[in-house]
Design a protein around this ligand. Structure first.
Ligand code: PHE
Length: 510
């Protein structure tokens, strides 16, 4: 490339102009590639060292067969050569055997040119002593000059597939205002070093190329978790659920724990499991009448029929600000709202869901992060029973392709009974835990103000696991956090929660 630029400049220096770069020759006499010439010219022109115009011309070139004939003679000449002089001639089968393909192609023309004749019985004889192979001469001329003066002949050779037209580009070049034999290196940026040394004062800077193709702007992309979330949202909406507002990552211990009948000395409430906010560290923005009722229920059960936890409940503990450890913090707040509405306008059954981020002070590994997403569902209605919860779970998980569901009793401070949800894994031939559920305790619901015959069933599961399985991601850190693979986020398609996904969903052990 640099050599070509130099060649153009020295030629211009000698000749003043280059009429046609087709005839530009390198030092060793070989022709130059016009595409490379164009590159060199563009680069020189951007520095105003040369100017150029393009020349477009049509040239005729030989096809592969045309080249062969130009070299070793036309088919008709080959036929003539193969027919011996004298009366004995040659039979057509013998000619065929001698020349192959050329025999059949060349005979007609040899007859037409009156070079040979046929004598009975089927013998070819010469009728002239010598011939001129005009086809060969024409093709050779076309090969060296790129054309023939007779347009009809050109058309004829094209029809015989011996020659074809081609467009060729070349350039005529003249000196530009900055013409010089020396190619100055142009700076593209002002560097720290240039500023330090003062070199920037004399440097020539490369011009902006406003015609350059820009970097394709990368549009935004939905994170895979958000795409899978949308799939779950649609299942909930389809089943008549309302979405809970989950925009409060920072939550009071009050809504996250106390309102859920979680005792203040519960291990989940210490710094090993929960992130505490330092500044501000506390809030007292929660309803004080509710707080009083909750205090009593924690201490002695109040009028719920429970005996409570029998300890001294402290407001300071409830005031501590934390990053919410589960979206059930939102559920407790929403059930309080529902109770408020009930007081004003009577009870209405409610179905709520949320899918959002929660935080746990856990050590991070390939399958655990300190933050993840929970899918949470809550149904409040009169006279709901455990059978409703089990029946609902069956329908809900079937929609995700999981048709064999089983439950195991477990413990949550806020639900009784509580059930872990298991799904049968065909591949592993085992039951895999997929979520947690239960019926909210009266100790939680009555202080919130819900009528005593209102029951609330609820469940929760993780969003990360189905997403990782769906996208074939084995390390959670590739999906979330500072090491995330942006290309993966950008390029992944929208998932579908099909039957297959349900099977995959239960593919990873907890
Ligand atoms: N909050 C529970 C968890 O974080 C899930 C759950 C929600 C359990 C609702 C029961 C009822 O695992």
């Amino acid at each position: 490339q640099d050599d070509l630029q130099t060649l153009v400049l020295t030629t211009l220096d000698k000749q003043g102009v280059i009429e046609d770069t087709t005839y530009l020759k390198t030092a060793d006499g070989s022709a130059v590639d016009q595409l490379a010439v164009l590159g060199a010219l563009n680069s020189l022109r951007s520095k105003d060292m040369v100017d150029y115009k393009s020349i477009e011309r049509e040239v005729w070139t030989l096809t592969e067969e045309g080249r062969e004939l130009a070299e070793s003679g036309s088919h008709e000449a080959r036929v003539f050569d193969a027919v011996p002089a004298g009366a004995e001639g040659i039979t057509i089968p013998d000619l065929q055997a001698k020349l192959g393909k050329s025999a059949s192609i060349g005979q007609g023309k040899a007859f037409k040119n009156k070079w040979i004749n046929k004598q009975p019985p089927n013998i070819l004889v010469r009728i002239v002593d010598s011939i001129v192979d005009q086809t060969k001469i024409d093709l050779q001329q076309l090969q060296s000059t790129g054309t023939l003066s007779d347009a009809k002949l050109l058309a004829d050779y094209k029809k015989r597939k011996l020659a074809d037209k081609q467009k060729l580009f070349a350039y005529s070049v003249s000196k530009g205002p900055e013409f010089s034999l020396e190619i100055k290196k142009e700076a593209t940026d002002v560097t720290y070093e240039m500023l330090q040394s003062g070199e920037w004062k004399n440097a020539t800077f490369k011009k902006y190329n406003f015609d350059a193709v820009g970097v394709a702007p990368s549009g935004g992309a939905l994170h895979p978790l958000m795409k899978v979330r949308q799939e779950f949202r649609e299942i909930f909406f389809e089943m008549g659920f309302q979405e809970m507002p989950t925009n409060r990552f920072v939550e009071s211990s009050f809504w996250n724990f106390d309102a859920l009948f979680q005792p203040q000395q519960h291990p989940a409430r210490d710094a090993h499991d929960t992130f505490f906010i330092k500044d501000p560290a506390t809030t007292d923005r929660f309803p004080k009448d509710l707080m009083e009722r909750i205090k009593v229920v924690h201490e002695n059960g109040g009028d719920t029929g429970s005996i409570g936890y029998n300890y001294h409940w402290k407001q300071e503990e409830a005031e501590k600000l934390i990053l919410r450890t589960h979206t059930t913090a939102v559920s407790s707040y929403m059930l309080y709202k529902l109770a408020q509405e009930t007081k004003e306008s009577g009870f209405r059954p409610a179905k709520y869901f949320s899918i959002d981020r929660v935080f746990r002070n856990e050590s991070v590994d390939a399958t655990h992060l300190a933050e993840f997403h929970q899918i949470e569902g809550v149904i409040a209605d009169k006279n709901l029973s455990l059978a409703d919860l089990i029946g609902f779970m069956d329908v809900f998980f079937k929609k995700m392709g999981m048709d064999k569901i089983r439950f195991k009793p477990t413990y949550n401070p806020y639900t009784e009974p509580s059930m872990e949800i298991f799904s049968w894994h065909d591949g592993l031939k085992t039951w895999v835990e997929i979520g947690n559920s239960g019926m909210f305790r009266p100790e939680m619901l009555l202080p919130l103000g819900l009528p005593p015959d209102v029951r609330v069933i609820a469940w929760g599961l993780g969003l990360e696991r189905p997403t990782m399985v769906k996208y074939g991601i084995s390390n959670i850190r590739d999906l979330l956090g500072h090491k995330v693979n942006l290309a993966l986020i950008h390029d992944n398609a929208v998932p579908r929660l099909d039957k297959k996904m349900g099977k995959e969903l239960i593919g990873i052990n907890l």
